[in-house]
Design a protein. Structure first.
Length: 164
């Protein structure tokens, strides 16, 4: 029966190369995670600043802009969760990226809905286009949610080797 040391001799240099690449991978993931944290903090600070400054122009506009920025912060944080999960699992984990897609779609729905509210009295064709976009994005949210459900369900199933 071959041991792991037999495998190492059969393919010289595989272990050191694997360690170097694994370390490089961790460095890149850590740098990406650090940049995502920095981006989230910068966006959050900018949103807070503009919320206070823009209140003088009207609460509705200020809150709308803040909501748009906060949803961007949530997207960045979910991307960070995806990076963390990838580092821990040592494989690409789909679920955080599905959540990013859902949040991004909802963000666009909010932005389009607020724009459609302003366009409603001006141009019926533009309003109809906005409603079509909202419908498509709504279907996308439902599709991504179904995909997330299926991914979770698959993760809970026993592996083929576990079934006896």
């Amino acid at each position: 029966m071959p041991t792991s040391s037999d495998d190492d001799r059969a393919q010289p240099g595989v272990r050191p190369v694997d360690r170097v690449l694994g370390t490089a991978e961790n460095i890149v993931y850590t740098a990406a995670g650090g940049l995502l944290v920095l981006a989230a903090v910068v966006v959050l600070g900018t949103v807070a600043y503009h919320l206070v400054i823009d209140l003088k122009d009207g609460a509705e506009e200020a809150v709308t802009t803040a909501l748009d920025g906060l949803l961007l912060v949530f997207i960045v944080l979910e991307l960070l969760a995806g990076v963390r999960a990838t580092m821990v699992e040592r494989k690409l984990v789909a679920e955080p990226f599905l959540v990013v897609g859902i949040i991004a779609s909802i963000k666009e729905i909010v932005v389009i809905a607020l724009g459609a509210k302003e366009d409603a009295g001006l141009d019926a064709a533009a309003f109809d286009d906005s409603m079509t976009q909202i419908g498509v994005l709504g279907l996308l949210v439902l599709t991504l949610a179904a995909a997330g459900y299926l991914v979770r369900r698959k993760e809970r199933e026993p592996t083929e080797g576990d079934q006896d």
